[in-house]
Ligand binder design. Structure first.
Ligand code: PLP
Length: 455
């Protein structure tokens, strides 16, 4: 990282000392300050143009500084910036609720807004719990959740409880509630030769074994569909979520599908639920909802669940959960503009050649002697970096190969999220084919140089 120019030394100092960054060892932190961004490009305080290879953590769909989203935000700002949803709302927020109901899978009809994905999941967890207390045939013993190893649903205590990434949450174990945790449906875990329907069946049988024993006490199954991102892009065989829906219904357990990361086109369809042809009991959305312009998330549920929350004010059936900034109108305006852009710019329709180009470039990288499990779902590409491809022996964590890949990519003008023994890219959906090549050139250089240096 170049030394900061003189006029930025103070800013960098404040960033190191006054600004506490998420998931960051501040003793090692090197400031990277973005001053401007347009399309897939960010410009840092050194004037370097950096391609946003992680979509500002899964958020950015249509590119930075898009005039349509900017002007929607400005327009709303000049009407009303914020009103509470306690007993009132804004017209823009209502329109967004209706718009979401129109685009999510049929059957999801009621939208609760919050400001981040963790909170959206908290809402789903609490509402699922409350549902079993107040449905027609109450089952108060259904208080637990079935989750998958290495899941990530956010960092608030409920979301962390259903998460399974030890490094993030082990420390807080005494504060978390107990869950039923089972191995992830990770395609890398399949016995050799098992693919397609048989692979799906293999993982569903594992789930069914648990349900047979424990469905009685389970309020809900919680899943990141198709891809467990924070786990290291752990990918499920297509069809697994469809089968999970079927099992959840059969064993009378609710299904919470966390599309905070996958929602809004990331895997090639608007939602994974669309590709899987299912409708869950709860869907949670965040990140791409406003294309990352403003913090907003949503929990969407069915008429059947919603109706159990209806009653007179003495009934105690209201959802006892809320956030000051729930349904903020400026965020809602950004979300509406972003959803409109999907139609206006044919965002999904333009994806197939981009997905194909990413796939071609990934296939070349997969040949590299230190690349294993090169994998893709839509606009996500990922690979493990291994010392020995034959045995799958990883590089030692302290070799920080993934971090080195990211550093080298940065020198090539591409920002990739540093990870220990893997590397991945999740560019904005608006990326062009030429920009995909720049991204993959930088990633390739990173993989070649970092793995050679780690020998
Ligand atoms: N769920 C998933 C699948 C996520 O990937 C994330 C964040 O990365 C969250 C929930 C938490 O969202 P937030 O960081 O907005 O709280």
């Amino acid at each position: 990282m170049p030394d900061p120019p003189e006029h930025l030394k103070e800013l960098y100092h404040w960033d190191r000392t006054n600004h506490w960054h998420a998931f960051t060892q501040m003793a090692e932190y090197e400031p990277l300050v973005i001053e401007q961004a347009d399309g897939v490009w960010m410009v840092d305080s050194h004037g370097r143009r950096l391609l946003d290879g992680a979509s500002s953590m899964w958020c950015n769909v249509h590119g930075h500084n898009h005039p349509a989203i900017n002007s929607a935000i400005e327009g709303q700002l000049h009407r009303v910036a914020h009103v509470t949803t306690l007993g009132m709302t804004s017209d823009t927020t209502v329109k967004l609720a209706k718009r979401l109901v129109d685009i999510v899978p049929t059957g999801l009809e009621h939208v609760f807004f919050s400001s981040d994905g963790s909170s959206a999941n908290e809402v789903a967890l609490k509402a699922a719990f409350q549902y079993w207390l107040q449905c027609d045939d109450p089952q108060p013993q259904k208080t637990r959740y079935l989750t998958f190893g290495q899941a990530y649903h956010g960092d608030t205590l409920g979301a962390a409880s259903v998460g399974g990434i030890g490094k993030f949450h082990d420390l807080f174990q005494p504060l978390l509630f107990e869950v039923v945790r089972m191995p992830s449906p990770d395609s890398r875990r399949l016995p050799p030769g098992l693919a397609g329907e048989a692979a799906v069946r293999y993982f569903l049988d594992e789930v069914e074994e648990v349900l047979k024993e424990q469905a009685d006490t389970l309020a809900a199954i919680v899943i990141e569909p198709m891809v467990q991102g924070a786990a290291g892009m752990v990918m499920q065989p297509p069809g697994f979520v469809r089968g999970l829906r079927e099992l959840a219904t059969r064993y009378d357990v609710l299904l919470i599908v966390d599309e905070v990361a996958t929602g809004f086109g990331r895997t090639g369809s608007m939602f994974v639920c669309d590709a899987e042809g299912i409708s869950p009991d709860f869907m949670t959305l965040g990140k791409g909802l406003t294309s990352g312009y403003l913090p907003m998330a949503a929990t969407i549920t069915t008429k059947k669940i919603w109706e159990t929350f209806l009653g007179d004010s003495e009934s105690g059936r209201a959802l006892y959960h809320g956030h000051t900034f729930s349904g903020n109108p400026i965020c809602a305006a950004a979300a509406l503009a972003s959803i409109d852009l999907f139609e206006e710019e044919q965002t999904l329709e333009k994806l197939p050649p981009k997905i194909e180009r990413l796939g071609e470039r990934l296939a070349t990288l997969a040949e590299h002697p230190h690349v294993a499990h090169a994998r893709q779902r839509g606009m996500i590409v990922a690979m493990d970096l291994v010392q020995d491809k034959q045995t799958g022996e990883p590089f030692p964590t302290k070799a920080r190969v993934g971090q080195r890949v990211a550093e080298i990519a940065l020198d090539h003008g591409v920002w990739l999220r540093p990870r220990a023994n893997m590397t991945y890219a999740i560019p904005p959906l608006a990326i062009s084919l030429e920009e995909i090549d720049l991204l993959m050139d930088a990633m390739t250089a990173g993989v070649q140089q970092a793995t050679a240096a780690a020998q």
